[in-house]
Ligand binder design. Sequence first.
Ligand SMILES: CC(C)(COP(=O)(O)OP(=O)(O)OC[C@H]1O[C@@H](n2cnc3c(N)ncnc32)[C@H](O)[C@@H]1OP(=O)(O)O)[C@@H](O)C(=O)NCCC(=O)NCCS
Length: 182
Amino acid sequence: MPIGGQIGRGGVLLTIRKAKLSDVPELYRLISYYAGEHIILPRTLPELYENVWEFTVAEDESSVVGCAALRLYSQELAEIRSMCVDPARKSQGIGREISNRLIREADGFGVKTVFALTMTPEFFEKLGFRESPKERFPTKVWRDCLRCDRFSCCNEKAVTLELADRPAALAESTPEAAQVSS
Ligand SMILES: CC(C)(COP(=O)(O)OP(=O)(O)OC[C@H]1O[C@@H](n2cnc3c(N)ncnc32)[C@H](O)[C@@H]1OP(=O)(O)O)[C@@H](O)C(=O)NCCC(=O)NCCS
């Protein structure tokens, strides 16, 4: 299967592909923007270089316009994290395309459950996720949440997707072409 697929509508061509090392400065820029708004956790440059293989990106003709990472925790469990779309490119279906690619990647690893911690559960619910108690994910809490300055006043929600429960249409093999609105 090719690494990337092209998506586009209205003259805008986007590619969804695995991240490369040369994308790291752009990933850092995007993530730092939303981390500065306290919407997602910050990631340092060294962290991004170490974990770049976890990331999938959406790219237009000139730059990375969205990204997210799939972190594996066990044979059963993975997390979608650092999900963000360039503020100027929101609501064009880019977040959905990146997430669906990561969900299929998780499926390929044989993972049963994908979760996310998010302040926008509505976005994930559109993809079939359901709200879930945060206590289900102790490893995540110990690794990430304890170093967050909002640990004691966190307003993130946990959402999970059981891959076996996905609608059949979403579980089918990866379409290499899809459309986003401009
Ligand atoms: C959340 C985010 C990734 C969504 O990406 P996007 O490309 O704008 O979303 P899409 O266009 O793919 O939207 C897919 C669906 O989710 C809905 N949706 C997207 N963001 C939403 C929000 N904030 N609230 C409610 N619904 C939302 C869309 O309306 C769309 O629904 P539809 O299919 O019925 O039209 C993006 O807004 C973002 O980067 N936000 C800041 C960072 C963040 O919150 N990350 C998630 C936490 S890990």
